[in-house]
Design a protein around this ligand. Structure first.
Ligand SMILES: Cc1cc2nc3c(=O)[nH]c(=O)nc-3n(C[C@H](O)[C@H](O)[C@H](O)COP(=O)(O)OP(=O)(O)OC[C@H]3O[C@@H](n4cnc5c(N)ncnc54)[C@H](O)[C@@H]3O)c2cc1C
Ligand code: SF4
Length: 475
């Protein structure tokens, strides 16, 4: 039995990264996982406090103190059973989740938080190595069929949940492989794709049917969908990129982040890309417009493609390094993030507005100006250009990573006449049903661009809504 006060004697210790010089030569995972004794020691730092705010902060409401406690005693199987009870995909969250839970860890009030995400990784990877993560087919099928449109984390979570309840589930994906942004957005150095394939094989053995290269609403009609399935879940992501409507936007050499990232992931997968469509930044001066996580992923890929220089610019001011007073514990604070890619190189500029791209046929320069933000009397944020702060950045390639505007309104949404909310996302009721009866929605398409852990949680909620709807219909 672990000691109850291990947090007093054991300091927080995170996994190390492989050295930059080594990891920039490949796309393998940057993290060196901790060994088992270290994992047990770190899990033992959890105080198993009476009111676990980590559990409240995790969108999946993972049973964090309980599986930490079990892991600390080396009861890996029991820890895994508890983890899988609330999370369909712990091997993914434990690699890419920004650990919302850790900012609410009670130990974090006056000490360093428990390494919850990494402890989650220890539990699930130990379970795989013990051979206890096995397909579990439902005892019986209930005769009802559900179509899941989109195979990102939200779709996969909906499908896994409904399949276990006995529904026949068919997942339609328009890409050539399953996974959504996990497969074609997030680079391998954060998430190696064998991790996805390992789980998808288990789900196939559990009976989920995956149909790839099917663009629902185009290559497979909305009419057939409604006729062939008892319920439908739209988990199509939020894929309309925010563009920069400024002079020079049509110059060559300016690309959207997802085009750059997805092509790179496809090339790593062995796909041949035609010379004409190739986005390669080797030897180039690259500017990434957008200071968020997607921009950071582009930075890591550009450095691995051997760009001459990479500059990441962001319109917002640099966030603080420690918790600001307006986000007291246990709230999630907006802090300066230094990802593994930032540690590898590149330059970051904050409070920068891009006013124009210039060049002769292809982009050569960005004209920028520094901006300051302030709140007006109505509390609205206003942006002002700082006088005489104009400057120019030379660039051979620009990658726009300025966020996403919502799901594509054409195709399946138009065909089914689905209503959108004021932000352009799919509108649903509290049970995740859209304006079309029997058609549900979840993930980024409903919530707006968010996180994997939220997509998984939404997928579960939509599955519960579908189950309730089909049960009521059967009564
Ligand atoms: C580059 C990048 C990096 C990110 N990194 C992280 C990270 O490290 N951690 C984190 O928590 N979050 C991260 N995110 C956010 C996270 O990936 C998303 O919030 C999450 O993938 C949303 O899941 P989803 O299932 O709703 O949508 P998606 O993952 O976008 O999946 C939607 C799927 O639907 C398919 N589809 C769309 N229309 C149709 C149709 N008509 N027919 C058939 N299929 C269709 C698409 O092809 C796609 O596969 C990142 C996002 C990006 C863009
Ligand atoms: S899924 Fe994310 S928020 Fe939830 S326990 Fe894991 S790391 Fe924490």
């Amino acid at each position: 039995m672990k000691g109850l006060k291990n947090f007093l004697t054991t300091k927080r210790s995170k996994s190390a990264f492989r050295p930059s010089a080594q990891r920039l030569k490949d796309y393998k995972d940057v993290v060196i996982p901790r060994n088992e004794p270290e994992s047990i020691e770190q899990a033992g730092r959890c105080m198993d406090c009476g009111t676990p705010f980590c559990h409240w902060a995790c969108p999946l409401a993972n049973y964090i103190p309980e599986w930490n406690d079990l892991a600390a005693d080396g009861h890996w199987e029991e820890a895994y059973r508890l983890l899988e009870a609330s999370n369909e995909f712990p091997e993914i969250t434990s690699r890419v989740c920004p650990s919302l839970c850790e900012y609410s860890c009670v130990l974090g009030i006056n000490d360093e938080a428990v390494t919850i995400r990494e402890n989650e990784y220890s539990v699930i990877e130990k379970a795989f190595s013990m051979g206890i993560v096995k397909p579990r087919r439902p005892y019986s099928r209930n005769g009802k069929c559900v179509a899941v449109i989109g195979s990102g984390p939200a779709g996969l979570s909906t499908a896994a949940y409904l399949n276990r309840l006995g529904y026949k589930v068919v997942v339609f994906e328009r890409d050539e492989k399953v996974g959504g942004i996990l497969r074609f957005g997030i680079p391998d150095f954060k998430l190696e794709k064998w991790t996805l394939d390992r789980r998808i094989k288990i789900w196939e053995e559990e009976g989920i049917i995956f149909k790839t290269n099917v663009d629902v609403g185009r290559s497979y009609s909305a009419g057939s969908l409604l006729k062939e399935f008892d319920a439908v879940c739209l988990v199509i992501g939020s894929r309309r990129p925010r563009d920069l409507d400024i002079p020079g936007r049509n110059l060559k050499g300016i690309h959207f982040a997802m085009d750059f990232l997805s092509q790179n992931n496809r090339r790593l997968n062995g796909d041949n890309i035609s010379e004409h469509g190739l986005i390669e930044v080797s030897g180039k001066r690259v500017v990434i417009v957008g200071g968020g996580d997607t921009g950071a992923d582009c930075l890591g890929v550009a450095l691995r493609q051997k760009a001459e220089s990479v500059t990441q610019i962001e319109i917002m001011p640099q966030p603080p390094e420690s918790r600001p007073p307006e986000s007291p514990w246990p709230k999630y604070p907006l802090l300066l993030k230094e990802t593994s890619s930032h540690k590898e190189g590149g330059k970051r500029l904050w409070s920068v507005l891009t006013k124009e791209f210039a060049g002769c046929g292809k982009v050569e320069k960005l004209s920028c100006v520094k901006v300051s933000l302030s709140k007006n009397s109505n509390g609205r944020i206003c942006m002002e250009e700082i006088k005489a702060s104009e400057f120019v950045i030379d660039a051979d390639a620009v990658i726009i990573a300025a966020g996403f505007l919502g799901p594509e309104p054409d195709g399946i949404l138009k065909a089914l006449g689905i209503k959108l909310d004021s932000r352009g996302n799919i509108k649903t009721d509290s049970k995740y049903m859209t304006s079309h009866k029997g058609v549900f929605a979840a993930g980024d398409a409903r919530r707006g661009q968010s996180l994997v852990v939220w997509a998984l949680a939404e997928g579960r909620q939509a599955a519960r809504g579908i189950d309730l709807y089909l049960r009521k219909k059967a009564d």
